[in-house]
Design a protein. Structure first.
Length: 399
């Protein structure tokens, strides 16, 4: 066989070379196009561009991040413009920057690589899960509290009341049902060595898992604050082995059976029984009670019960009532609900418009235990007590 000159050798080697990418495009450009085509297929299937949000599927959120990055880079826009028959890149210069997925520098770099088209769309190790985001929120997002001076006296008072034994702190335990418990405005907790005050509880929102959530304003004793989600705060409190719930203060004799001269009426504790034919209600009718506090007439309060999801969209009957004098009704109601929280009914009711509502003042507790709780509130011995559903009795958490 004769020797080949250099030109012939080059020609022979080219026969074994990898064929050039279509249209003379680089592998990077091919990946960008492939990633864009996946987004286009999503739009064809769903009739809309992919969107951000924890209520969206993980793939849709990934496509939304990828599309944002493609819109942001001139290289991507120039390459994809001839293929953009769905006008997905339109208005890139004026596209809103929020809401978008929150990412740090490392995650942004990973997503930029993804925006260039990941070789396998199922490789999601660079995409933060909802759990990752919640964990980050639980330890971050605190800012300086600009109006801390108005909250500072509250923290000072709580510290003095704890020192004097007027308040106590209780360990937060999952088996006590805390993760399903409400976090109410005006309550104090200890988290990460700081006292946390629930300054505001926002409107209820439905979380991706179907449960209700709410945005909180939480003030911390080190003059910072956060707007953490209620469920995120619950998880943070549970994960922190040193976290504590600060009790309501022992108020001494909160009220008496009869008013003394000079006492000012504050309202009424009422205990109701539902006449609903809901299967859950009917099965527990004798031990299911709504415990509430009102400043007005109880009869007027329940007049339209069958139209109100708070009353389970059914008529009710009054089984007990107690008059209050010189009492902060909201704080008293918080004490009652704290005591019976382990027996809170978990039920969803549709209102007149078909919207789901979860009533929060119904408890699976017999009337004689409610009467005992009221008596302990009267004499100031309720501190430290909670209702034990298994024993159907009030138990002292200190023992």
């Amino acid at each position: 066989m004769s020797d080949l000159d250099l030109d012939e050798l080059r020609a022979e080697l080219e026969d074994f070379a990898q064929p050039e990418a279509r249209g003379g495009r680089s592998p990077r450009e091919e990946r960008i196009i492939a990633g864009f085509e996946e987004i286009q297929r999503f739009v064809e299937q769903h009739g809309r561009p992919p969107q951000h949000g924890e209520d969206k599927g993980i793939f849709e959120r990934l496509y939304a991040v990828r599309l944002d990055r493609m819109r942001a880079f001139e290289e991507c826009r120039s390459l994809l413009a001839p293929l953009d028959h769905q006008a997905l890149l339109a208005g890139a210069e004026n596209a809103p920057t929020a809401p978008v997925e929150t990412m740090d520098d490392d995650e942004l770099l990973a997503e930029l690589e993804g925006a260039a088209g990941a070789s396998d769309i199922t490789e999601l190790r660079h995409v933060r899960t909802a759990a990752d985001k919640r964990a980050a929120e639980e330890i971050a997002n605190r800012t300086v509290c600009e109006d801390f001076e108005q909250f500072k006296p509250l923290f000072a008072r709580v510290a003095k009341e704890l020192e004097a034994g007027i308040r106590i702190t209780r360990q937060i335990r999952k088996d006590a049902g805390f993760l399903k418990a409400d976090i109410k405005e005006g309550e104090f907790f200890v988290l990460g060595g700081q006292t946390a005050y629930i300054a505001d509880v926002g409107e209820q929102i439905r979380a991706p898992n179907g449960e209700f959530d709410a945005r909180l304003r939480v003030i911390y004793s080190n003059a910072t604050e956060s707007n953490i989600l209620l469920r995120s705060l619950q998880r943070a409190l549970y994960k922190d082995e040193t976290s504590r719930r600060v009790s309501e203060p022992t108020a001494g004799p909160l009220f008496s059976a009869e008013a003394d001269d000079g006492d000012l009426a504050s309202g009424t504790i009422y205990v109701l029984r539902s006449k609903s034919d809901h299967p859950v209600v009917a099965a527990h009718r004798n031990v299911l009670h709504k415990i509430g506090v009102t400043s007005g007439d109880v009869g007027r309060r329940i007049a339209n019960a069958k139209l109100d999801p708070t009353f389970l969209m059914a008529d009710v009957e009054i089984v007990a009532s107690y008059e209050l004098y010189n009492i902060n009704r909201t704080k008293l109601e918080n004490i009652i609900h704290r005591v019976f929280d382990p027996a809170r009914l978990d039920i969803e009711i549709k209102d007149r418009f078909g919207n789901p509502v979860i009533p929060r003042e119904w408890f699976l507790a017999p009337l004689f235990v409610i009467n005992e709780a009221v008596e302990r509130i009267r004499d100031g011995t309720i501190t430290g007590y909670a209702y034990d559903p298994k024993a159907a009795a009030l138990v002292n958490a200190k023992t």
